[in-house]
Design a protein around this ligand. Structure first.
Ligand code: DGI
Ligand code: FE
Ligand code: FE
Length: 191
């Protein structure tokens, strides 16, 4: 599948704003892939499709998670999390992408995952730092990302977890596990 074919498919699934975000994630992911030695074609495809399921109705996402056994625990947490595993499933079944590395990067792009592959890390981070993002602290994460992917991911997780806690929202355990994994790898406290 060419880049233009992929973009055409995803454009039909997204709003104009989200499509623009997707282009930002794509450009950022390609740049990170070149810098950190990942296949830039894979990074491009994973980025293009990462938010494929973002606008599916909640009922549809819920049914897919239950019927396809994508891990029903996620239903106990914010519905903002659901488009990631559902996206991986739909990109396989509707778009026909079978590359497991790409599908995994789509699946874990919101919460991360302990032991993420390089491609997963690139998509997770590109989603957070693409030029259209305006989170408080995103510029610090952008500069860290020039040097060290893991440090940048940890910073973004801290920001997200604090953001959720301040708004009295549940934190999905996988997000915390990803944070812990990054701290462990860096030889953090309580080893
Ligand atoms: O899809 P995007 O907006 O591009 O970005 P994303 O896939 O990272 O989703 C961001 C949303 O997901 C944002 O509303 C916060 C939410 N989120 C991220 N981690 C968690 C979470 N929500 C809950 N409840 N728990 C989490 O751990
Ligand atoms: Fe997303
Ligand atoms: Fe996104």
């Amino acid at each position: 599948m060419t880049k233009d074919e992929a973009l055409k498919i995803v454009r039909e699934q997204l709003t104009e704003h989200r499509y623009h975000h997707t282009i930002g994630v794509m450009d950022t992911a390609i740049r990170l892939a070149e810098r950190f030695g990942e296949n830039s074609e894979k990074a491009m495809m994973a980025a293009i499709f990462h938010d494929y399921a973002k606008f599916r109705p909640k009922d549809e996402m819920k049914s897919i998670i239950l019927e396809q056994k994508l891990g029903e625990d996620i239903l106990l947490y914010g519905s903002e999390l659901w488009h990631a595993p559902v996206g991986a499933y739909l990109v396989r079944t509707e778009v026909g992408i079978e590359d497991e590395e790409i599908l995994l990067a789509i699946k874990s792009h919101t919460s991360g995952r302990p032991g993420m592959t390089l491609l997963e890390k690139i998509i997770f981070l590109a989603d957070y730092i693409e030029p259209g993002r305006r989170f408080p602290g995103v510029d610090d994460v952008r500069s860290t990302a020039e040097e060290n992917l893991d440090n940048a991911i940890k910073q973004s997780l801290v920001n997200t977890i604090i953001f959720l806690m301040r708004r009295n929202q549940l934190v999905y355990p996988e997000t915390l596990h990803t944070y812990n994994d990054m701290v462990h790898q860096q030889g953090g406290k309580n080893e």
